[in-house]
Design a protein around this ligand. Structure first.
Ligand SMILES: [Zn+2]
Length: 474
């Protein structure tokens, strides 16, 4: 009896705490500084949608090219290892001329959205061009080490316990020598909308790739990644990282497929590599032309590697970026044809054919949506109630909150939660907490114990966080 009473008291105290934290949260709802402090400290679980190279801050890349004393074209700001024209100077020369700080600032503006005024240049163009700019500073294992450690450090500082990084594509010399005619055959199958034909061509290419031993490429890559992961002691008591491979959608279909097979092979044979994504601008001419083929390729690979999961960028589009009819089917195809487990962005949902059915289907099949609020605002100019967040909420689609490219966007995960709370005033603290737990639940972590530990750890972190908030704001 006494035990029962104690239990009841404990429950009462807990639910009292829950109400108090809800009340406190609502009391700071309209104060961005208070909210920022709250979300900085709040455990956020994982960040499931972000790109490694776009998440490293420009300062890190600049530090490297300065240290290497590369050349910079003082007009175009292109950085290179060699002197390409008369405008090029070494960084050490800029230093001697006492203009290095000025050029560092210019490079930060070139390699990120810092100081962007919204009118001088198309925002999507600026965003995507940053990647080719700082690519020069990502050209060695030592650089990858530094970048990975930066992501880990930032995550720990803002109470993020898990990240799933879209790390890299895999180069594989073994895929050369495949009959180039397959490319035109694939395009012809697409023009006819002939799934059977597309699948039979993919099968022929797949057989040739197997004969060329793409497994070896995947194994080499996996060994290198595992060595890096272990050497840097990435996983520890406070933090876990997993990796997604990716293919680029703006190259010819035969090349996309060759890369995809190697990526699936790699993900299939390493517990550290947990998915295969597809990246690059969705409204690019080639991406748009070949979208149907890309879905066929995922469907094909899923049949060959059924245990490999994948999230896909789909519907990162809005009215004006492409023809209206092309807004109606990308998420549908990624979910229903390609079998994606999570959708990245999904901004064009309101334009999708039978969007209510699609939302119901995503909810019932537990297909999560990766929400990237600031990225969508910057690249697509979609925010507030133009963003489909409320549609996903209304239909119960599992939601996770992510950063996309925190380095390029000069953002972090705390900032995404701030946007969420200020833009959508009926999203409660309870719901926000659910999103944080979703980021562990819908992660692609393969080892059950790792996932269980992260879930238990997140629960403990929330208990500690709520206790501290309530003690501070009595
Ligand atoms: Zn992305």
């Amino acid at each position: 009896m006494k035990r029962l009473f104690l239990f009841a008291c404990l429950l009462g105290a807990l639910s009292g705490n829950a109400q108090s934290i809800d009340r406190y949260f609502e009391s700071i709802r309209n104060n961005r500084a208070e909210l920022t402090a709250f979300f900085s400290a709040m455990p956020k679980g994982g960040d499931l949608h972000h790109h490694y190279s776009g998440s490293v801050y420009a300062e890190t890349y600049i530090g490297y090219v300065v240290q290497q004393d590369y050349f910079i074209d003082t007009v175009s700001l292109k950085v290179d290892t060699s002197r390409n024209n008369d405008n090029c100077l070494r960084f050490s020369q800029l230093n001697s001329l006492k203009i290095l700080p000025t050029f560092k600032q210019k490079l930060i503006q070139k390699w990120s959205v810092k100081d962007y005024n919204g009118v001088s240049y198309p925002s999507d163009k600026l965003f995507f061009e940053t990647f080719s700019g700082f690519g020069i500073a990502n050209n060695s294992q030592a650089r990858l080490d530094t970048g990975i450690l930066e992501l880990k450090r930032r995550a720990i500082k803002e109470n993020v316990s898990y990240i799933e990084t879209m790390f890299t594509s895999i180069t594989c010399g073994n895929t050369g020598g495949i009959d180039p005619n397959f490319n035109s055959q694939l395009l012809s199958a697409q023009a006819q909308g002939n799934e059977g034909l597309a699948m039979s061509i993919l099968d022929k290419v797949f057989q040739q790739l197997q004969a060329k031993n793409v497994k070896q490429c995947a194994a080499t890559f996996n060994n290198e990644l595992t060595a890096m992961h272990n050497r840097l002691h990435i996983d520890d008591a406070n933090f876990t990282m997993r990796y997604q491979n990716y293919v680029t959608r703006v190259v010819q279909p035969l090349d996309v497929f060759k890369n995809m097979v190697v990526c699936f092979e790699s993900a299939n044979t390493s517990p550290l590599i947990v998915g295969v994504n597809i990246v690059a601008p969705e409204d690019n001419e080639t991406s748009m032309r070949d979208y149907w083929l890309h879905m066929m390729m995922y469907k094909f690979c899923h049949a060959r590697y059924p245990s490999v999961k994948y999230a896909m960028h789909a519907g990162e589009l809005t009215l004006g970026t492409v023809k209206p009819e092309d807004l109606s089917w990308h998420i549908n195809a990624a979910v229903r044809t390609a079998g994606a487990s999570r959708i990245g962005h999904g901004v064009d949902m309101p334009y999708e054919k039978d969007s209510y059915d699609l939302l119901r289907h995503m909810a019932s099949s537990n297909t999560a949506i990766e929400i990237n609020l600031y990225s969508n605002e910057f690249i697509l100019h979609v925010k507030d109630d133009a963003h489909p967040l409320d549609l996903y909420r209304e239909f119960g689609v599992p939601i996770v909150i992510c950063t996309d490219d925190a380095g390029v966007l000069r953002s972090n995960l705390t900032h995404q939660y701030l946007l969420l709370a200020t833009r959508y005033p009926d999203v409660s603290y309870r719901e926000i907490k659910d999103y944080a737990f979703n980021s562990i639940e819908y992660s692609f972590i393969e080892e059950k114990t790792v996932k269980d530990n992260l879930r238990a750890d997140l629960k403990m972190r929330f208990e500690r966080f709520e206790r501290e908030v309530l003690n501070t704001h009595k």
